[in-house]
Design a protein. Sequence first.
Length: 305
Amino acid sequence: MPDILATLPLSAIRIFEAAARLKSFTRAADELGVSQAAVSWQVKALEQRLDQLLFVRRPREVDLTPAGERLSRAATEAMAILRAAVSDLVEAEEGVLSITTVQSLGAQWLAPRLGGFQVAHPRIAVRLETSSRVVDLTRETYDLALRGGQGHWPGLESHYLAPSIQTALCTPAFLARIGGLATPADLVDAPRIGSAAEWATWFDAAGVAPCDDRAVPRLMADAQALEVASALAEQGVALGSPIFYAQDLAQGRLVAPFDVVAHYGGGYWITYPAERRRVRKIAAFRDWILAQAAADPLIARHRTS
């Protein structure tokens, strides 16, 4: 049987995919840098070759017919794979790897390790930005994200890095100033930093069930890193990941008054558009960071606990 694709020009499929995605011949023309008449002509020629209508024409936009819907899904997937393959061929390993991540993971765990990646891949420059906002990797100019959650984001491929855990953290000086803490229940009346909901989870893990106004923390920020920074400034006891703050704990800048670690569900993940999985700079960073996570003894300890 002859290959039916041999009778269909790639340019027509490309124009059809843009028009179907944007639901407009005019917007497709603007995106592709051609005239609206060229889009209309190519679509009409494709319909004639297939002997089926792909669009229902309306005054200001177009809608897909059932046949158009079927072809649109396949065309969008095929174009995404083709774009990724061509990008992989032309960009080689040079270029900038743009990463968006939450502040605590980026600053406390990733940044101290990045030198190792850059030694191993000197032709890849890394641009690291931190944000609490969930970036749309399919529309914005980031190659990949390190983020917290369940690992399920439509259109993205995700790999687990570390569990979402927290323990109570403060400075030795602060602990001495308040006269120490004998039991986890003593933290109910201590100056605490963080959200009430996260503290409730920690108290539950510690077997403590506060139920009055004393359970409300005195300070809350929008990022774990900022809350632990307040604890380092001796403003109270904050919740933080013992994985992220392992160096501060090892060097005595922070102490964990109790061996109580609460799990908050989900975890931290590396994620990127599925069709870009073979782009060399993304694959190189993915393999490197997964190896770093596998080698971290605290991640191994709390992953299975």
